[in-house]
Ligand binder design. Structure first.
Ligand SMILES: Cc1ncc(COP(=O)(O)OP(=O)(O)O)c(N)n1
Ligand SMILES: Cc1ncsc1CCOP(=O)(O)O
Ligand SMILES: [Mg+2]
Length: 209
């Protein structure tokens, strides 16, 4: 699976970014507007909801559980410092997608048997899209984490994130990940739709639910 993460850009509106990702075949969008007010996020989400619905595309929102609940979008991504994912589960119900952030194997193993849906593991590389990055893992670090958590019996889908480009897809597949999350490489590509299509093609043979 590919998760496209929105980011402000000089070239495109958020709705344009999302439309190009969807036209390129992506079916999982994360609306991430770190510095925006709830009102701005709500307005943008309301533009994206019909677009995603018409293309059978999951729409999740970064951090803002109350907005996810209000707008009834597909789910939320939560990291350290955000709402406790179990509290979010209580609020959003059994069908919401809840993603959590991890930088180490321990960060993932602690979710064993808990009702979360996927883990965002990273950063794989350095990136300017996020401030205060956790230590960079590299592809080898990702493989170590995946091997450790699978040995520990954790089957949660793992989505690699952080500075990823098309060139990372094959090595990350070999490392055992289940999906990737990409922002800058798609938004800044000369043709974001075409770039998304190329990522989707390379991801095609990854097994997922
Ligand atoms: C898929 C995915 N993985 C990790 C993150 C990072 O979430 P978080 O640690 O809460 O940091 P912010 O994105 O909120 O700055 C993510 N958003 N998505
Ligand atoms: C949200 C987030 N969490 C870890 S790295 C990152 C940014 C991902 O964006 P990019 O693909 O541009 O590095
Ligand atoms: Mg967060």
């Amino acid at each position: 699976m590919l998760q496209f993460i929105t980011n402000p850009s000089d070239r495109w509106s958020i709705a344009e970014e999302v439309r190009m990702a969807i036209e390129g075949g992506c079916r999982w969008i994360q609306l991430r507007m770190k510095d925006a007010s709830d009102e701005d996020v709500r307005r943008t989400a309301l533009e994206l909801i019909p677009l995603c619905r018409d293309h059978d595309t999951f729409l999740i929102i970064d951090d803002r559980v109350e907005l996810v609940n209000e707008l009834r979008v597909s789910g939320v991504h939560l990291g350290r410092g955000d709402m406790d994912p179990m509290e979010a589960r209580e609020l959003l119900g059994p069908h919401a997608i809840i993603g959590v952030t991890a930088n180490t194997a321990e960060d993932i193993i602690k979710w064993k048997g808990k009702d979360v849906d996927y883990v965002g593991l990273g950063p794989v590389h350095t990136t300017s899209t996020k401030k205060n990055l956790a230590p960079v893992l590299g592809t080898d670090g990702v493989k170590e984490v995946v091997d450790t958590v699978r040995k520990a019996g954790v089957e949660l889908p793992i989505v690699a994130i952080g500075g990823l480009t098309l060139d990372d897809v094959d090595p990350l597949k070999a490392a055992g990940i289940n999906g990737i999350a990409v922002s800058g490489a798609i938004i800044n590509a000369p043709d974001p739709m075409l770039y998304t299509m190329k990522i989707m093609e390379r991801l095609m043979d990854i097994p997922h639910d």
